[in-house]
Design a protein around this ligand. Structure first.
Ligand SMILES: Cc1cc2nc3c(=O)[nH]c(=O)nc-3n(C[C@H](O)[C@H](O)[C@H](O)COP(=O)(O)O)c2cc1C
Length: 490
């Protein structure tokens, strides 16, 4: 069926040895510390999140780069002119004063701004360099297909650092394999800015050209590409229609943390307002196996029994997120992490699949934790601000002009750009919320400290059952020992 050769028996044969993939978790939940800890285990791949890395690295630098890890990795960047400009702009020795705002990176669009482009490349480079230190295991990076503007520089920075694998879901990443081929051969690459049929021939493209920057490389290793899919039909389509080779798939079910695919067919909500999933939302593993490429099952598959079942169903292994998201090496703010574990043990910390929380329109799993925007009063009290803009949707206004809008931005601004009030209702600002969850909340002009939003898979309840009584601290090592059957609990 496919014109794509299966190189997983050749160049990418290592993929077939990987039993456990640690899920890419944004924003900065799966940072370099977690990915490094996982990747140092045999048959495991660590994955850093590539989402909003420009802001993450800019904010870590403004917090003083404790331990000097970022600056150590930045020293390895092939263009020290760029490194110097980024440090001049964002590094604050000893860290910014408590209660003061972070200097913003600026919202990314199709119009290239060299400093933001270079910061994005450098940020991905740094994250992957640090994740790869001290072991010979495999490291991947996860990007959301929907987040368009930073994609090319993020991929390029990760490739410059020798990333082994690119994982992309939340959309149909059909054009990415061709981009990886181009970058590997030192060529520039483009991505369409607008999804769907071409309605404006003049619509701009996103473009990144290695020859136009001082750190461009004539050749780079081409990482494996694993799209994240919810249905075998989407996997088959990607094999047929991608712009280059696909090396395998993550098959993610509706119990996974983060964004979920909507139910197939018309969305029906249960009495608690959550989408109802059924048989049709389970990918057919026999059909996946027929495609002939390795695949991993994700979504509440974090147990030794699920690993065995996945292998019996023809999968190479599992992808696990939630169990790692609450481990010591996670990038989640430690106070928040421990609070959620304690609440969950006492029967609180319910995880809801919220069909409205994310401006993307995809259902998003939200932990109902005090102090977060999951709580209606906290949500209502937060003035709407859009100052990061990763999830803004580009909309053509004709003749090559583009406007960017997000259903979580101030309602009047959204409506002025053609959005509807109805669509804006209940949307949470994931950019600010998730940046707060990883410990870098923005302080807004009116003094508002951005509240967090926490996502988790349905496995959170089972996770606390695996922790010995009174314990709320465990490591990625404990998760791997448990998953491989070497220990009965965490
Ligand atoms: C805290 C958290 C954040 C996540 N963020 C992302 C993300 O940014 N991109 C993505 O593709 N998947 C994301 N996921 C999904 C994971 O990569 C993984 O597929 C999923 O967690 C597996 O299911 P599990 O949570 O039941 O283990 C996230 C999951 C969690 C728990």
């Amino acid at each position: 069926m496919s014109t794509v050769s299966d190189e997983t028996h050749g160049r990418y044969s290592w993929l077939r040895q990987v039993r456990i993939i640690q899920g890419g978790m944004g924003v900065a939940i799966s940072g370099w510390r977690l990915a490094r800890a996982v990747a140092s285990h045999r048959a495991c791949m660590g994955v850093v999140s590539g989402t909003a890395l420009d802001s993450v690295v800019a904010r870590r630098l403004q917090d003083g780069d404790t331990g000097g890890h970022l600056r150590r990795a930045i020293e390895a960047f092939p263009d020290q002119g760029v490194a110097g400009r980024v440090l001049d702009r964002f590094f604050v020795p000893m860290g910014k004063k408590v209660g003061t705002p972070y200097r913003r990176v600026g919202m990314q669009t199709h119009v290239e701004r060299p400093l933001v482009r270079d910061l994005t490349v450098l940020a991905a480079f740094v994250e992957v360099v640090l994740a790869r230190e001290g072991h010979r295991g495999r490291v991947g990076i996860n990007l959301l297909t929907k987040v368009k503007a930073p994609t090319l520089p993020t991929l390029y920075g990760a490739m410059l650092a020798g990333v082994d694998c690119i994982l992309m879901g939340a959309g149909i990443p059909r054009e990415i394999p061709g981009v990886l081929d181009a970058f590997a051969e030192g060529r520039g690459a483009s991505l369409r800015l607008l999804d769907g049929p071409i309605t404006d021939e003049l619509a701009p493209l996103l473009r990144f050209d290695p020859e136009g920057v001082g750190y461009g490389a004539a050749q780079l290793p081409r990482p494996a590409f694993l799209p994240i899919v919810s249905a075998d039909s989407l996997a088959a389509m990607l094999l047929r229609r991608s712009t280059g080779s696909v090396e395998g798939f993550i098959v993610e079910g509706p119990l996974a943390g983060g964004h979920n695919a909507p139910p197939r067919g018309r969305t029906v909500l249960d009495e608690t307002g959550q989408p109802v999933y059924g048989e049709r939302d389970q990918a057919d593993t026999a059909r996946m196996a027929e495609l002939g490429l390795p695949f991993w099952l994700a979504g509440a598959t974090g147990s030794p029994e699920s690993l065995t079942a996945a292998r019996e169903a023809g999968a190479t292994g599992i992808q696990v997120g939630t169990l790692f998201a609450f481990s010591r090496e996670s990038g989640m703010d430690p106070e928040l992490r421990v609070k959620i574990l304690r609440d969950a043990r006492e029967g609180g910390s319910e995880v809801r699949t919220d069909p409205r929380a994310s401006s993307t329109g995809y259902p998003f799993k939200v932990v109902q934790v005090e102090g977060s925007v999951a709580v209606p009063e906290v949500y209502e009290a937060r003035p709407r601000v859009c100052d990061n803009g990763y999830l803004r949707e580009p909309v053509s206004t004709g003749g090559g002009s583009i406007t960017y809008r997000c259903a979580a931005e101030p309602v009047a601004a959204y409506v002025a750009k053609g959005g509807s009030e109805e669509d804006a209702a209940g949307r949470r600002c994931l950019c600010n919320g998730l940046l707060a969850t990883c410990g870098h909340p923005q302080v807004q002009k009116d003094g508002t400290v951005e509240p967090p939003i926490v996502t988790s898979g349905d496995d959170l309840g089972r996770l606390v059952g695996l922790l010995p009584a009174g314990r709320d601290d465990y490591g990625a090592d404990d998760v791997i020992r448990y998953l491989t059957g070497a220990a009965a609990a965490l």
